[in-house]
Design a protein around this ligand. Structure first.
Ligand SMILES: NC(=O)c1ccc[n+]([C@@H]2O[C@H](COP(=O)([O-])OP(=O)(O)OC[C@H]3O[C@@H](n4cnc5c(N)ncnc54)[C@H](OP(=O)(O)O)[C@@H]3O)[C@@H](O)[C@H]2O)c1
Length: 317
């Protein structure tokens, strides 16, 4: 087994591998091809066999929770499991250019967590995160946080968190109720870097998504057209930023994916980055890269100089 670097996830105290696993790519809906049960079993067991001990999922990720329950319930003690709440608990068809409507009422928060427990075939979640960055007002007006804390008292979850982005993330940190935040961050999307630092100063765990920029830097640009319309402008802006910035002298034999992932892993405020993949070869490549750890300090410093901290995209999603 590769020895992946680890980090303590803020006040939760969970000792997580810095490379986590995002299960959204297993959703088997929209433009994500559905893996067979056998393929999913091979992939998910490889996640745990390779020392990844933090897995992120959501009721929004189609079949992902079901596949995790089917293949990893027997190995529940070997990893930390995070899901989301506020998502629709029934399958909801929405046009490709819209987000599914989310509902942070107590009833839907509770129903979502209980559904996740059934699908994941477990009696507790290590972490439940409010999905889609609801505002403080949206959360407090419906007593949603109190409901999550009740579920915690009932032993159904251990820690609470929020998937937060601008403009609400500063507020989420200031509320001092969340053990953990999950936020997008990469070399080409450094918009949340200061807030990640604020979170870390407050002993709030920091989970990164988008840490390899959803691979749109290395895949064919035309693939961006397959994503929902509301994601496309941000992807194009980040791709353009990548193409405009000179990096050849920094790569020093690394692939673009290695450079991207190790940049994310170099951020001292990040505890785990949940890279998503449905491809076992990509998984193993990511594990190998993560085992190499942070970029050399001089390369990291130079990359920080060349890529702006706050790209003026205003397109955080
Ligand atoms: N809280 C939220 O609102 C939210 C939103 C989005 C995602 N997430 C979570 O974050 C996780 C990560 O998703 P993300 O959207 O942020 O994307 P990401 O991890 O930056 O990138 C995922 C993409 O990178 C590709 N990839 C991964 N490793 C690769 C490699 N070695 N070589 C080439 N391509 C590679 C994957 O394709 P292949 O399958 O082909 O490898 C996938 O398309 C999700 O699974 C989910 O758990 C949360």
């Amino acid at each position: 087994m590769n020895s992946l670097p680890k980090s303590i996830l803020g006040r939760s105290g969970l000792d997580v591998s810095k490379l986590g696993f995002g299960s959204m790519e297993l959703r088997g809906t929209d433009h994500f091809p559905r893996l067979t049960s056998r393929q999913a079993g091979t992939l998910l067991n490889a996640v745990v066999d390779n020392g990844i001990n933090f897995i992120d999922t959501s009721p929004d990720y189609g079949y992902a929770e079901i596949l995790l329950g089917e293949h990893l319930a027997q190995r529940r003690s070997e990893f930390f499991l995070a899901s989301k709440c506020g998502c629709p608990i029934e399958d909801v068809e929405v046009p490709h250019d819209r987000r599914k409507p989310h509902d942070f009422s107590c009833g839907n928060v509770r129903a979502g967590v209980e559904q996740s427990l059934r699908r994941l075939r477990t009696d507790y979640l290590d972490l439940v995160q409010f999905h889609l960055s609801p505002s403080r007002t949206e959360l407090t007006s419906q007593d949603s946080i109190a409901e999550l804390l009740k579920l915690k008292d009932e032993g159904k979850l251990r820690f609470i968190g929020i998937s937060g982005t601008l403009p609400h993330l500063a507020d989420h940190i200031a509320m001092q109720v969340f053990d953990v935040i999950q936020t997008p961050y990469s070399l080409v999307e450094r918009d949340h870097e200061e807030l990640m630092h604020q979170a870390a100063l407050n002993n709030i765990g920091v989970i990164i998504r988008g840490g390899v920029a959803r691979a749109v830097m290395v895949k064919d640009a035309a693939l961006i057209n397959d994503y929902p319309a509301f994601l496309q402008p941000g992807f194009r802006a980040r791709r353009q930023l990548w193409q405009q910035t000179r990096v050849e002298d920094l790569l020093q034999g690394m692939t673009v994916m290695e450079f991207m992932l190790r940049f994310t892993l170099s951020n001292p405020d990040m505890n785990t980055t949940i890279v998503g993949t449905a491809n076992p070869e990509h998984l193993l490549a990511n594990v190998k890269v993560a085992a190499r750890g942070a970029l050399p300090a001089d390369i990291y410093a130079e990359a920080c100089q060349r890529f702006p901290k706050s790209p003026a995209t205003g397109l955080v999603v």
